[in-house]
Design a protein around this ligand. Structure first.
Ligand SMILES: Cc1cc2nc3c(=O)[nH]c(=O)nc-3n(C[C@H](O)[C@H](O)[C@H](O)COP(=O)(O)OP(=O)(O)OC[C@H]3O[C@@H](n4cnc5c(N)ncnc54)[C@H](O)[C@@H]3O)c2cc1C
Length: 625
């Protein structure tokens, strides 16, 4: 028997998990023995959406599909912190003293929250904002508190302020610079963002240098600032930036970037070729990227390098972003401050709607090189595309941000987008790929997501993906089916009843076990017995499943009669044999078969047939094992 190559992954955050997903997709996946050391008590979750933990809960934030680790024989060690890398012995030692040998080691350790070394920073009720456990601790502190302060007025600080505001605290943001989002926004953008946030009831203090945190008189803490002013608060959250978590690499003498982070090449290999690094702990070309899209590109490059299954390389990434901060749309592109020599900028301010837009052009006025959008970021996709593709500008470039007045028809940004323009930075999906998916039968955003993965990362491209979908459907003269609930297109794992947490699969199972109508399903599953908001959907699933059972009986013979090499899914050319193989390899539901074979992820016309074949094959599995 050939020994499998041992891969140890340290960190199961967003990027570490994306790496695993890329790894197991490769045909060589079987030849690896993979172990993941995860310091947190739970597997990967969507950190970008961390603030919605209070409304959604941990399960909804999870990035791990059901049975992922078991299905791919990945050993996941939770609550397991790697403490030493022994490069001479090619092994990793954990805090508990366990030793894991590796052939290839992957560092995906992310960042740590930066806490300024202000006296009193470590007092009780002082927190950081990085993990679900941090949010739980903040929630505990908030009980019995009235006032909350966030130190830091950047992306992280404003996310934390949203959480404190939603917890009902009198919320303050304290920022050292003289404006919010100082790195990305100019003075006018920062001032408008401040005004909009203050309108929501959050007080913003700019130009404040926190010098001391001590016992308060009216609250738990008293914050003293450099200008002599003070602020009393019950809890403090530090949202003042991040630092790459490179301590393991530092200790084992891997090369680091000039500002920290583990130095990597285009394949995300460190100075030791057996060790890779990716995501927020890695420094490429001296630069550490604090966004998820570059991390995903790094994960892909490293997975292809390790499995020798492709030629992906990480060659940098733009750091333009579109965000919703406390409900305010904010976007920045490239040289938003116009620092490039000779840069020319145009700006537009709508005091009535609270909208500020600025574009920065190259000195010869031929290219967009930067932009700031506050209050309305609908031009973001178009401007980003123009900046990335170095598109030729119209004669009056200011028209790109001015509102359309009179009869002038606005340009559809999806139509203006070049075919090869990248739409989804997280999953490297171009406009052409989305167009092809629609031409191959995708009719809804969910279809496009399943087939291309576009808009399943940070979500920043969702508008543009929808625009392209609708434009392409209009060209094909097919109506989008966005709003129609079609049980056939919904995965079994999707929650239908939120009051009683019942999934589509559980409703389907109740029907298969004998429930013959909505009332019987209600009794069996509790679905639709809470607020009742899901009743229509539950009923549709019941009707759909009852229909399936009837069709099933009729087609019982047909499905057995299909030859193994007969094609079932014509969109992705998948045969009956391949579906059966996926079941024999462990796929136990439609979602897993889709994932393994791509069958039924195109137009969906074959879904019933795929389910029939899958179910027939599932019946054989016990005999085969
Ligand atoms: C509140 C918030 C909002 C954000 N919003 C956006 C946004 O809008 N857009 C965007 O692009 N990005 C955003 N980000 C950034 C994004 O979440 C990160 O870029 C992304 O999570 C990086 O992934 P990663 O895997 O490199 O690191 P992480 O997701 O941090 O994962 C690293 C993991 O490694 C573990 N680990 C570290 N050391 C060890 C060890 N020694 N042993 C075992 N495990 C270890 C950590 O516990 C962690 O679980 C946001 C981040 C936060 C916190």
């Amino acid at each position: 028997m050939i020994d499998k190559q041992k891969i140890i992954v340290i960190g199961n955050g967003m990027v570490g998990h994306h790496f695993l997903q890329n790894l197991v997709e490769s045909k060589q996946a079987e030849s690896f023995d993979i172990t993941v050391l995860c310091e947190e008590p739970r597997a990967a979750y969507d950190r970008v959406q961390l603030t919605s933990y209070f409304t959604k809960g941990a399960d909804e934030l999870s990035l791990v599909s059901e049975g992922f680790f078991e299905q791919h024989n990945i050993h996941l060690k939770l609550n397991c912190q790697a403490s030493t890398i022994d490069r001479a012995d090619k092994s990793v030692i954990t805090l508990d003293g366990e030793r894991f040998a590796y052939d290839k080691l992957v560092l995906a350790t992310g960042s740590t929250a930066f806490v300024p070394p202000v006296p009193g920073h470590d007092r009780e009720h002082c927190h950081v904002y990085r993990t679900i456990e941090d949010l739980e601790a903040i929630k505990q502190s908030a009980q019995g508190s009235k006032v909350g302060v966030v130190i830091g007025g950047g992306l992280l600080g404003l996310e934390a302020a949203k959480a404190l505001h939603e917890l009902g605290l009198d919320t303050h943001v304290v920022e050292f610079a003289d404006r919010l989002m100082a790195v990305q926004l100019d003075d006018a953008g920062g001032a408008l963002l401040k005004a909009k946030i203050e309108k929501l009831g959050v007080t913003v203090h700019t130009g404040k240098n926190t010098q001391n945190i001590l016992d308060g008189e009216t609250c738990v803490h008293r914050m003293e600032f450099g200008d002599g002013s003070v602020l009393e608060t019950d809890l403090i959250v530090f949202g003042a930036g991040i630092r790459p978590q490179d301590s393991l690499a530092r200790a084992c003498k891997l090369e680091l970037g000039p500002n920290g982070g583990v130095k990597v090449n285009n394949l995300c290999q460190t100075s030791d070729p057996a060790i890779y690094a990716m995501g927020e702990c890695a420094a490429w070309n001296g630069k550490v990227f604090g966004l998820v899209a570059p991390g995903y590109l790094m994960a892909k490059a490293a997975a292809q390098s390790i499995t020798q299954s492709g030629y992906s390389q990480f060659k940098g990434s733009h750091t333009s972003t579109k965000l919703k901060l406390l409900g305010v749309d904010v976007a920045t592109i490239g040289d938003s401050h116009g620092r490039v020599a000779g840069a020319i900028s145009y700006s537009y301010f709508d005091g009535d709607r609270g909208v500020y837009k600025k574009i920065v052009l190259s000195s010869d006025k031929t290219r967009v090189i930067g932009a700031v959008l506050v209050g309305d970021a609908s031009d973001y996709d178009n401007l980003l595309n123009m900046a990335l593709t170095r598109a030729v500008l119209p004669a009056q470039p200011e028209a790109l941000i001015l509102p359309t007045i009179g009869e002038v028809k606005p340009v559809n940004p999806a139509a203006a987008l070049a075919n090869n323009a990248k739409v989804c930075g997280c999953h490297d999906v171009s406009k052409a790929t989305i167009v092809r998916a629609v031409q191959d039968g995708a009719k809804s955003l969910a279809d496009v997501k399943t087939v291309t993965m576009a808009s399943t990362g940070c979500g920043g491209c969702t508008n543009m993906v929808s625009n392209i979908l609708e434009l392409e459907l209009a060209t094909k003269k097919v109506a989008p089916i966005k709003k129609v609930f079609d049980p056939a297109t919904v995965d079994d794992s999707v929650k239908i009843c939120f009051c009683h947490k019942v999934s589509k699969g559980e409703i389907a199972q109740a029907v298969k076990s004998g429930a013959g109508d909505l009332d019987e399903v209600k009794a069996a599953t509790k679905a639709a017995t809470g607020c009742g908001g899901c009743k229509v959907k539950v009923n549709k699933i019941v009707e759909y499943e009852l229909g399936n059972l009837a069709t099933h009986a009729v087609t019982e013979k047909t499905k057995v009669d299909i030859a193994s090499n007969d094609r079932v899914c014509f969109c992705h050319m998948v045969s009956k044999g391949e579906i059966c193989e996926s079941v024999q390899a462990g796929a136990q539901d439609l979602a897993a078969v889709k994932g393994a074979t791509k069958a039924s992820t195109g137009c969906g016309g074959c879904t019933d047939r795929v389910v029939e074949i899958m179910e027939a094959e599932l019946e054989k599995v016990p005999e085969a094992t």
